[in-house]
Ligand binder design. Sequence first.
Ligand code: IPE
Ligand code: IPE
Ligand code: MG
Length: 247
Amino acid sequence: MSLKDQLIKDKLPKHIAIIMDGNGRWAKKQGTLRIFGHKSGVNGVRESSEACAEMGIEYLTLYAFSTENWNRPKLEVTALMELLIATINSEVDTLLKNNIRLNAIGQLNDLPKKAYRKLMEAIDKTKENNGLTLTLALSYSSKVEILNAVKSIANDCVKNKLNPEEITEKTLENYLFTADMPDPDLLIRTSGEQRISNFLLWQLAYSELYFTDVLWPDFNREELYKAIYNYQTRERRFGLTSDQLES
Ligand code: IPE
Ligand code: IPE
Ligand code: MG
């Protein structure tokens, strides 16, 4: 029996988040330039989104570019932005075919104009799709996201739109990019690194973490099934005891 068939249908994660890491090391191993690693990483994006769509997973959030990544060599940053545009161009039809709705989070205004426009066009083209929501985190920093939420909340308090006494976790969540999404159930990071790198700090509070040594360009459906299989062996206790969960 294939691994996919062994997955428990009613215990699938609703939301999977992935830190797609290891493109540079993959390229180095092949003796090519880092950008070829990024180009080969597009396969992983296609495979994981198609697989999630097929399984009926509702949300897939991919960390594609962090605010810290702007500090990479200019040549690499430019190539990544070109790749973003090319990928949107080549993949929109696949998104439409698979009923996938595209979404993006991050400091999107910092993207080059052309990339920003392409992204918005693709989001608009896929907005009626009601299968998987595929969110790209671009120019994303979780600390900046939380900081901006706090600033907006403070502003609304000053304008008497919000009473400080009534601020709850839900209030803050409503000010985050992810306001209309459930928190990730499962976070996957490839390439063997075991850190969060400023991704979804608030939203990952209770996610199950899965780290694999596979480099992102080698990540495929089978690797995704492995991660979900592993997730399904976990007991998510949310602070309770095992006995409490059973009763
Ligand atoms: C992840 O791969 C892609 C981005 C951060 C854009 P890296 O480019 O970080 O690859 P490594 O970590 O150097 O191998
Ligand atoms: C995190 O990967 C960002 C993305 C995957 C887009 P990095 O490779 O930039 O993170 P660090 O530097 O290893 O923490
Ligand atoms: Mg990296």
